[in-house]
Write a protein that binds this ligand. Structure first.
Ligand code: SF4
Length: 253
């Protein structure tokens, strides 16, 4: 954290003194939600999901916009408290623990501490990530988590740049997915965006299907949240786009 190189922004920022780098995050995370929910894949539901504020992307359509992108939101998250909450949730019936953001990997040392505090855990510990991590950080993620839930949001770097993600988006995400494949159960999620079936959904689905060791999850529940309107995403998907999404999901099954 004194010279942060956790993600592919490679800022080399000192985050021990306070918020720094392109994520504007300090050394320790804050949580803006921690609850048991049914929003994950079937094999994880119900999941105890912990949402950390702070992100290294600025996606215009982020469903939790300000909470995700502002690392000062939420309450302090000490490892012992979160571990105790997770254990209680699992004892009450949660079938997994999922850490999400924001982008949780920008707090990797904290994630590793949490993983160690939770073991042994009688259910999977999953990490939801945008995969904008360095290979070194990704290796540490693979050591700490049982399941990787990877967002592959954009089919072209032009779409990534326009909608708030860094580039070379596609090259980094594909490289990191290849590093995950076969090592940990890896579910690649793609949320179909209105007007982005041909440029994003279709090429992402086709690429993921060709990779051994990756599972594809096409999602068609786009909500025009946060600054989606300004980015030309101010609507839900049309019936034709939903049909195309269902076809892509069916092809992936
Ligand atoms: S996590 Fe990424 S964006 Fe944040 S300071 Fe480190 S290298 Fe920069």
């Amino acid at each position: 954290m004194k010279c942060c190189l956790l993600c592919e922004h490679r800022c080399a920022a000192d985050r021990t003194a306070g918020p720094a780098g392109r994520c504007h995050a300090g050394a320790f995370p804050r949580t803006f939600a921690a609850l048991t929910e049914y929003a994950e894949e079937d094999f994880l539901n119900p999941a105890f999901a912990v949402s950390l504020s702070g992100c290294n992307f600025r996606c215009a359509f982020c469903i939790t916009g300000r909470d995700s992108q502002d690392a000062s939101r939420g309450g302090a998250a000490d490892v012992a408290t979160v571990a105790a909450q997770a254990r209680a949730a699992v004892a009450a019936g949660a079938r997994s623990v999922v850490i999400l953001g924001g982008e949780p990997t920008i707090f990797l040392p904290w994630l590793e501490e949490l993983s160690a505090a939770l073991r042994p855990l009688p259910c999977p510990l999953a990490l939801k990530t945008n995969l904008w991590v360095t290979p070194e950080a990704l290796e540490r993620c693979l050591a700490a988590f049982d399941v990787i839930l990877a967002d592959f949001k954009f089919g072209t770097d032009a779409c990534a740049r326009r909608l708030g993600a860094p580039v070379p988006y596609g090259r980094i995400v594909r490289r990191n997915l290849r590093l995950c494949a076969g090592r940990r159960r890896t579910v690649v999620r793609h949320l179909v965006m209105p007007g982005h079936v041909a440029c994003c959904a279709r090429p992402v689905a086709r690429w993921v299907r060709r990779q051994p060791g990756l599972e594809l999850a096409i999602r068609d529940h786009f909500v025009p949240a946060w600054r989606a309107d300004r980015a030309g995403l101010g609507r839900t998907t049309t019936e034709a786009e939903s049909t195309a999404s269902a076809r892509l999901a069916g092809e992936s099954a």
